[in-house]
Design a protein around this ligand. Structure first.
Ligand SMILES: Cc1cc2nc3c(=O)[nH]c(=O)nc-3n(C[C@H](O)[C@H](O)[C@H](O)COP(=O)(O)OP(=O)(O)OC[C@H]3O[C@@H](n4cnc5c(N)ncnc54)[C@H](O)[C@@H]3O)c2cc1C
Length: 421
């Protein structure tokens, strides 16, 4: 999963970074930037020069009238969200956590769930990167548009990002409705649930017919965050504390997992709360897990999830973690998992330390049969041959890579597998 870098550097800006890239080339070393290391793949591993984000942080510009914020590429999303909220602004959509850096999050296509709003990368309006020859390149829809089309989800293959500009909007409130529902109902009503809500997602508990659904929609307010006790019960005790105990028991005694799943999925109850977006979209994730996630054509998701359920039911597998299902509209980024097609994501998780090959392998077979595209930052076994068929614009990305990085300064084992030599 990891490699030992020959050296580690923490440049403070584009000029220092350009020096790093030039010096690495002189020494015959490859270069790889890392974010906070939240990817489950070895996307950021290198035996060359590892660029750490620690000094590439901070808000560089904030244009309230234009609805734009530019951050240094290593800025954690947590800091971005807090700074935006202080300024009365917000991103439109985001994933489950805010630990990642801006560059790391967009480079693998980090996403939440949305009917009309897409991944974090799709909210990017401009980027700056240092390329293999040490020069600095700016791109947007107007400037170097061919680079912009690919570099928003660049897998670290096109250069080192130094700054990222996001479209932002005035801070708004979201009302979250969490509600347990039977799986059959969720799958039968999937299209309506997606169409009827700005952000719909659900968790299905393997070995049961139970789901927890979550619908987030904009509201006039007032803000009504979960009460302290209820918030602690749901977010800390059930989702983290008790869940961790259940996972530990399940790892030691897998036969107990179906019974635990039945009890814990029934312990959920409906709740409604209203808060600023980042507090509604994200939640504490303290139970460590490994994950695989595939994007499918949206219409294929209900059938694919039924196949996953049949497979689990017919197998000796014992799965302690819920399966998460989210959606995204088609976008225009070459290697986005939602590139050119409305998508649904099916994500499978296991408690860290549990062997995942049998479960993930069996789920992956189902996803691949539906034309699935794996999340670039999560476990999968796909290679360039498969991916070139799954992405109509794969050749556009690799041609740009050939032009910007002909000597593969930014290559690593992961990129050799997914993009080719
Ligand atoms: C608990 C948890 C929850 C998660 N939730 C979600 C979720 O809700 N939705 C989702 O889609 N994903 C989710 N993920 C996955 C995560 O968002 C991605 O793996 C993301 O890429 C991690 O960002 P990072 O800053 O840690 O980057 P890293 O993992 O360190 O790096 C990711 C990639 O970005 C590249 N990179 C980093 N910095 C730069 C730079 N400056 N220039 C060029 N390339 C760079 C790296 O080389 C690497 O290829 C989750 C992961 C965890 C552990």
């Amino acid at each position: 999963m990891s490699a030992r870098p020959a050296r580690t550097v923490t440049p403070g800006g584009p000029d220092e970074l350009a020096d790093v890239v030039r010096r690495a080339a002189e020494d015959g070393l490859r270069v790889k930037a890392v974010g906070t290391g939240h990817s489950f793949t070895a996307a950021a591993a290198t035996d060359g020069v590892l660029v750490r984000p620690d000094r590439l942080t901070g808000i560089l510009a904030l244009d309230r009238a234009a609805g734009r914020v530019t951050v240094a590429a290593g800025t954690p999303l947590r800091l971005l969200n807090a700074a935006l909220a202080r300024a009365g602004l917000s991103l439109t959509n985001m994933g489950d956590i805010t630990a990642q850096t801006a560059a790391g999050a967009i480079s693998t296509g980090t996403h939440g769930t949305g009917r009309a709003s897409a991944s974090i990368a799709a909210q990017v309006t401009a980027l700056q990167l240092v390329t293999a020859d040490g020069s600095t390149l700016r791109c947007s829809a107007q400037e170097n548009a061919d680079v912009f089309a690919c570099a928003r989800i660049g897998l670290g293959a096109l250069g080192v990002l130094t700054s990222v500009t996001f479209a932002v909007e005035p801070l708004f409130l979201l009302t979250a409705r969490e509600e347990p529902m039977p799986l059959d109902r969720v799958l039968a009503e999937f299209d309506e649930l997606v169409a009827g809500n700005e952000h719909f997602e659900f968790y299905w508990f393997p070995h049961t017919d139970n789901c927890n659904t979550k619908r987030n929609n904009r509201s006039e307010g007032p803000a009504a965050p979960p009460g302290l006790l209820r918030g602690w019960l749901d977010d800390e005790l059930l989702s983290n504390g008790a869940f961790k105990v259940a996972c530990s028991v399940g790892r030691a005694a897998p036969m107990a997992i179906p019974a635990i799943a039945r009890v814990s999925s029934r312990a959920l109850s409906a709740r409604t709360y209203t808060d600023v977006p980042y507090k509604v979209f994200t939640s504490p994730r303290r139970v460590r897990f490994v994950e695989m996630e595939y994007a499918l054509p949206r219409a294929a998701a209900p059938a694919a999830l039924r196949e996953v359920k049949r497979m689990v039911d017919a197998s000796p597998l014992r799965v302690s973690f819920p399966v998460e299902v989210r959606t995204a509209p088609a976008d225009d980024i070459a290697l986005s998992t939602a590139s050119g097609r409305d998508s649904a994501y099916i994500a499978v998780h296991l408690y860290r330390g549990t062997p995942h090959q049998a479960y993930f392998g069996a789920v992956e077979k189902i996803m691949v049969a539906h034309g699935g595209r794996p999340h670039w930052g999560k476990i999968h076994s796909r290679d360039a041959e498969y991916l070139s068929g799954a992405y109509p614009r794969f050749g556009e990305f690799t041609a740009l890579r050939d032009r910007l990085d002909p000597d593969r300064v930014f290559a690593n084992d992961y990129l050799r597998r997914v993009l080719g030599e």
